[in-house]
Design a protein around this ligand. Structure first.
Ligand code: MTE
Ligand code: MO
Length: 498
C-alpha cells in the first residue's frame, strides 16, 4: 500500500514525529492545533535548506569534503525514509534521483566558483601589477562572465533539483502501483443522509454547529502525509488471543451490515475551552461483530490496533464488547471517510479519547492484554486508559468582547461521551450557579448544546460554566493539564456589557 508525497520534507516529517520528544509534539499540537504539520513542514524545509547551503559553502572551500557531505546528507534522508514503518521501496526513489542530480550539479557549481575566484584574482593582480586602466575593463568583463555562468548555473541547478524531485515522485507513484489518486479513493456504499436530529442544534448565532462538517473536523495524527489505502487492497487481520484468526476484505466487512451512529470524538490534548473535538454521524460495522467471528479469549482484556502507517493504540476489550456503539467506520456524515480521517476504515469508540480508541487507516487488530504491550502514546508517558472527562465550554459571546447590556444568549457545548450530560450551569461574577437549557441528543454518546439567557448589567463580567454527567458527576474546578489523561478545570470568559 503505497503512500504519495514521499518528498524529503514529508519523509523527514514522518521520521521527526517518531523521534521528537513527547512534550514537543504536545506543545506543537496545543499551540498550532491542526496546523502543527504545516509548522513542522516549514521547519524541516528551513533545516534542509540550511543544510544544503552549508554543504554548498563547504564544497566551495574544499571540494572533496563538500561532495562527501552532500552524499552523506542524501544518505541520511534515504535512511529516515527507509526507517519508516510503512516503507514502500518506491519512497526512496525521489531521494535517490534527487541525490543523483544534486551531487554532480554541486561538483559542477564548485568548478564554476573556482573559475570565478580565478577571474577575481586576475582582476586584482591586474590592478596591483600597475598595468593600469587597460587591464581593468578586460578582467572585469572576464569577472562578469564567470559570475553570469555561476549564477545561471546555480539557478539551473535549483530548477534541476526541483524537476528531479518531481520526476522522482512521479516515478515513485507509478512504481507504487496502486498509488491511487484521491479521486479514486471512494467506496461503493449508499450512505444514509446525516440529518441533524430535531432539537439537537439550538441554532444560536456564533455557536458551533451540533454536527461538525467533515472539512472543519479537527485532525490529529502522527502521519505527516495521510496514508492512501485503496479499499481493494485493504485487509483487516484479527488475531492474538482468539479462537480463530481471521482476515477480512473491505467487501466482506461491509457485507456484515452497516449501522449509522452519532458519536462525538475528542482528543486528550484538548485544552479547557479548546476545539480538538467534533461530532459526526459514523457509518460502520460494530467491532463486537467482527470480534465475535474471531472469538476473543476470556483472559484477554485489551485490543492492540495498528494503522497502515504503523501507529498503535490500546483499547479495553470491554469498550468494544459491552454493547456500546463501537464501530469500524467507513463513512462520516454520509460520505466515505475523508483520507485524513482514516479512509477506508477507522475505529470509533464512544466514551474514550481518540488516542486509545480511534485508530485511522486500521489494518490490524490483536486481541491481547494490557500487561503485554505498550501502544504509541503510552510509551510516551500518556495514560494506558483514556476515558473522556466531563467538560463544557462557552462559545458565545466571545471572551474579551463586548455585548449590549440586557438580554444576552450565552451558549456552548458540554460533553461526557457514553455517560451523557444531564445538566449545565452558568455562574456570573462568582455568584450562584444557574441552570442552562439543553438541546436534545439522540444518545449519551454525543456532545450536548446548551443556552443560558443572561440579563447583563452594564460593566465587566466573568462567566463560568460547568456540566453534570448522566451518572451524577459534577465537573471539577480543579485545574489539570492534558497530560497524562485529559485536562480538567472550568471554562471561563470575560465580557463587557455596554
Ligand atoms: N493511524 C492513526 N490513528 C489515529 C491517530 C494517529 O496518530 N494515527 N491519532 C489518534 C488521535 S490522538 C485522535 S484524537 C484521533 C483524531 O481523529 P481525527 O483526526 O479524525 O479527528 O485519531 C486517533 N487515531
Ligand atoms: Mo488525540
Amino acid at each position: 500500500m503505497g503512500r504519495p508525497g514521499a518528498s524529503p520534507v514529508s519523509a523527514a516529517g514522518d521520521g521527526f514525529i517518531d523521534v521528537v520528544p513527547t512534550w514537543m509534539a504536545e506543545w506543537a499540537i496545543s499551540w498550532f492545533g491542526t496546523n502543527d504539520k504545516l509548522v513542522l513542514g516549514i521547519g524541516i524545509a528551513v533545516v534542509l535548506a540550511a543544510a544544503g547551503a552549508a554543504v554548498g559553502l563547504l564544497t566551495v572551500r574544499d571540494r572533496r569534503t563538500g561532495l562527501v557531505a552532500a552524499a552523506v546528507l542524501v544518505g541520511v534522508a534515504a535512511f529516515v525514509v527507509w526507517s519508516r514503518p510503512n516503507l514502500a521501496g518506491a519512497d526512496l526513489i525521489p531521494i535517490l534521483v534527487g541525490g543523483a542530480v544534486a551531487v554532480p550539479a554541486l561538483a559542477w557549481l564548485a568548478g564554476r566558483v573556482a573559475d570565478l575566484r580565478e577571474a577575481e584574482t586576475m582582476s586584482t593582480e591586474g590592478g596591483a601589477g600597475g598595468v593600469g586602466y587597460a587591464a581593468r575593463p578586460l578582467s572585469s568583463e572576464r569577472d562578469g562572465t564567470a559570475r553570469r555562468v555561476f549564477l545561471s548555473g546555480a539557478a539551473g541547478a535549483v530548477l534541476l533539483a526541483v524537476g528531479a524531485g518531481a520526476f522522482g515522485r512521479w516515478i515513485g507513484g507509478r512504481r507504487a502501483g496502486v498509488e491511487a489518486s484521491r479521486d479514486e479513493l471512494t467506496v461503493d456504499v449508499e450512505f444514509a443522509p446525516a440529518d441533524v436530529p430535531d432539537g439537537a442544534d439550538l441554532g444560536v448565532a456564533g455557536a458551533e454547529p451540533w454536527r461538525t462538517p467533515n472539512d472543519v473536523f479537527y485532525r490529529i495524527d502522527t502521519a505527516f502525509s495521510a496514508p492512501l489505502v485503496h479499499p481493494d487492497d485493504w485487509r483487516l487481520r484479527v488475531h492474538g488471543m482468539v479462537d480463530t484468526e481471521i482476515e477480512l476484505t473491505f467487501d466482506e466487512l461491509i457485507g456484515m451490515g452497516l449501522v449509522d451512529r452519532w458519536v462525538t470524538l475528542a482528543c486528550v490534548s484538548n485544552l479547557v475551552g479548546g476545539s480538538l473535538i467534533g461530532n459526526a454521524l459514523w457509518t460502520g460495522v460494530p467491532i463486537a461483530d467482527v470480534l465475535a467471528l474471531a472469538g476473543p479469549s476470556p483472559d484477554a482484556d485489551a485490543v492492540l490496533s495498528t494503522s497502515d502507517d504503523g501507529w498503535t493504540c490500546g483499547t479495553p476489550l470491554e469498550a468494544l464488547t459491552d454493547g456500546r456503539d463501537s464501530l469500524l467506520a467507513v463513512g462520516m456524515n454520509s460520505e466515505p471517510l475523508p483520507v485524513e480521517h482514516g479512509f477506508p476504515v477507522r475505529m470509533v469508540v464512544p466514551g474514550l479519547y481518540g488516542y486509545v480508541s480511534a485508530t485511522k487507516w486500521v489494518v490490524d487488530i490483536e486481541v491481547s492484554r494490557f500487561d503485554r504491550f505498550q501502544a504509541y502514546w503510552s510509551t510516551r508517558g500518556w495514560s494506558e486508559r483514556g476515558p473522556v472527562k466531563v467538560a463544557s465550554r462557552i462559545e458565545v459571546p466571545t471572551s474579551g468582547g463586548d455585548v449590549s447590556a440586557g438580554a444576552v444568549a450565552v451558549a456552548g457545548t458540554a460533553w461526557a461521551q457514553h455517560r451523557g450530560i444531564e445538566a449545565v450551569e452558568v455562574r456570573v461574577d462568582g455568584g450562584a450557579w444557574a441552570s442552562a437549557d439543553l438541546g436534545e441528543v439522540p444518545t449519551d454518546d454525543t456532545w450536548r448544546q446548551w443556552v443560558f439567557e443572561w440579563n447583563a448589567a452594564p460593566g465587566e463580567h466573568t462567566l463560568d460554566v460547568r456540566a453534570t454527567t448522566g451518572d451524577g458527576e459534577i465537573q471539577t474546578e480543579d485545574v489539570a493539564p492534558p497530560a497524562p489523561d485529559g485536562a480538567t478545570g472550568l471554562h471561563s470568559i470575560t465580557v463587557t456589557a455596554r
